[in-house]
Design a protein around this ligand. Structure first.
Ligand code: SAH
Length: 225
């Protein structure tokens, strides 16, 4: 038996990829490899991090400060929708635990990530540093305005729900870029794929989803009201 299979987390991770991702149609080998490599258990704390079954469960997990770690299938599906390539620069809005950031950092050249909550941002920066990711740029601030410093981006991924499509994000998207963002009412959104074609902005709905609110100038006024 290889060392990998003696590690219950590695085993649970393999099972997650097979049962939750491959079986539901995630095909991009880069995405599947990244999901096989990133140890989700490091992005949780306390007792939540101790059970392989809990860590790799087929759902979102509460991580404190009113936020959640997205379901593995959602992380993989949103990443696949970006069609990420090794030379890409990707902007992520909503660093949260940093798990999605790590998946992106496994695949693309540079990740630019913005988090509004300073405590979460610090936690993510620490764990991503410990895991050795050196291609991530962190910013604490209102990501509904994007992050012009790294623009234009080949991909933009928003992991919080917006009331409408924030114009700055569209502006910071490269002409060939792809933007994935949940848009809609507070408790149920549509996951939109947004791209530019012949000078126009096109959108396609991928699925229904439920994310915590994107707050800020181009988001909701407050987390609850
Ligand atoms: N991708 C994360 C999950 C994010 S939950 C993960 O893998 O763990 C959504 C995150 O978006 C929360 O951390 C929340 O604080 C953040 N957020 C909400 N509004 C934001 C804004 N305007 N700018 C940046 N981050 C924001």
């Amino acid at each position: 038996m290889s060392a990998k299979h003696q590690d219950p987390f590695a085993q649970a991770r393999e099972d997650m990829v097979r049962e939750q991702l491959e079986s539901r149609g995630i095909r991009d080998p880069r995405v599947l490899d990244a999901m096989r490599r990133v140890p989700r258990e490091h992005f949780l704390s306390g007792s939540a991090a101790r059970s392989p079954r809990h860590v790799y469960a087929d759902g979102a997990l509460p991580v404190g400060r009113g936020q959640t770690l997205s379901q593995p299938f959602m992380v993989a599906g949103m990443t696949e929708a970006l069609e990420p390539e090794p030379h890409h620069r990707v902007l992520e809005i909503g660093t949260g635990t940093g798990y999605q950031t790590a998946i992106l950092a496994e695949i693309v050249d540079q990740v630019w990530t913005v988090e509004v909550d300073e405590v979460l941002a610090e936690g993510a920066r620490e764990i991503l540093g410990e895991l050795g990711y050196d291609n991530v740029h962190f910013h604490v601030g209102d990501g509904s305005l994007g992050w012009p410093d790294g623009a234009p981006y080949d991909g933009i991924i928003v992991t919080a729900g917006a009331p409408s499509l924030p114009p700055p994000l569209v502006a910071q998207l490269a002409p060939h870029g792809r933007l994935v963002i949940p848009v809609g009412p507070r408790h149920l959104q549509e996951l939109l794929l947004v791209w530019k074609e012949d000078g126009e902005v096109r959108t396609r709905t991928l699925l229904e989803c439920r994310f915590v609110p994107l707050v800020g100038e181009e988001g909701w006024q407050s987390p609850t009201a």
